[in-house]
Design a protein around this ligand. Structure first.
Ligand SMILES: NC(=O)c1ccc[n+]([C@@H]2O[C@H](COP(=O)([O-])OP(=O)(O)OC[C@H]3O[C@@H](n4cnc5c(N)ncnc54)[C@H](OP(=O)(O)O)[C@@H]3O)[C@@H](O)[C@H]2O)c1
Length: 234
């Protein structure tokens, strides 16, 4: 697809990987709307990026429906959904609390489904479209403390495969993108400090991969891309 004048909606575009994806798509000539729950961060990011800001929680069905009303009002149509909003809780199984577990699934799984569902309806009427699910290398194998987050990303991987099977016949391309560790605000939100090191991935690296897979001609697509740091040091 040609990103010049394309329209995109990036959930969680107010920070980290989503922000970098929004920036890269805008630099490529796309019109982009970003979402997030924190007003201040969202409006500041949107102003810097020259993006449309939509304050919305992906896990709220009412917010999701309003998001699509606002994005279609702003752009007239949508070409790309980037399902990026996500968060993590990292605890041993024996310490896992129900509220934390459910909060991760509400955003990473239910939220992605609600956003994907509304995009799919729109894309099916247009007989084209693109859904990029920002997943994780956590969707590829388990690890200690991963009960909530890793399982949510396994679920996102599973949904992605189902959507792909349903939507290909409508010319909708569904991509899964698996970053390994990226330096963002993710660790702070999850309650751990990521160690800064120049060898670790940045949001721009993930944005580069997203732009590259989208730009392939619509007759084909790369179902899945995994991004590793070459030689990361802690
Ligand atoms: N950083 C990594 O190492 C890494 C690795 C692999 C995959 N990922 C994935 O990459 C995605 C982005 O993470 P990040 O590292 O960029 O983290 P981040 O810097 O914390 O950004 C997360 C973004 O998602 C938004 N968000 C969170 N919950 C939301 C909700 N319920 N509704 C709407 N927006 C919500 C946040 O804004 P508000 O809090 O204001 O809503 C923020 O804009 C996530 O899906 C994450 O799982 C990250």
């Amino acid at each position: 697809m040609n990103l010049q004048n394309a329209t995109a909606l990036v959930t969680g575009g107010s920070s980290g990987i989503g922000y970098a994806i929004a920036k890269t798509l805008i630099e490529a000539g796309a019109r982009v709307a970003i979402t997030g729950r924190d007003d201040k961060r969202l409006y500041k990011a949107a102003e810097t990026l020259h993006a449309v800001a939509i304050r919305a929680d992906v896990s709220s069905e009412a917010d999701v429906q309003r998001t699509y009303r606002e994005v279609l009002q702003a752009f007239g149509h949508l070409d790309i959904l980037v399902n990026n909003a996500g968060s993590g809780v990292f605890k041993k199984l024996v310490d896992m609390d129900l509220a934390g577990f459910e909060a991760v699934f509400r955003t990473n799984v239910t939220g992605a489904m609600l956003m994907g569902r509304e995009a799919a309806k729109h894309f099916m009427t247009r007989n084209k479209g693109n859904i990029v699910n920002i997943c994780s290398t956590a969707s590829l194998r388990g690890a200690p403390n991963g009960t909530a987050y890793y399982a949510s990303k396994f679920a996102l991987r599973g949904m992605t495969e189902c959507w792909r099977a349903e939507l290909r016949q409508h010319n909708v391309r569904v991509f899964l993108v698996n970053p390994s560790e990226v330096l963002t605000n993710f660790g702070n939100v999850a309650g751990f400090a990521q160690k800064e090191n120049e060898t670790k991935l940045r949001g721009e690296d993930i944005a580069h991969a997203v732009k590259a897979v989208l730009e392939m001609d619509d007759r084909g697509f790369t179902p899945e891309v995994t991004i590793f740091a070459t030689n990361p040091k802690d």
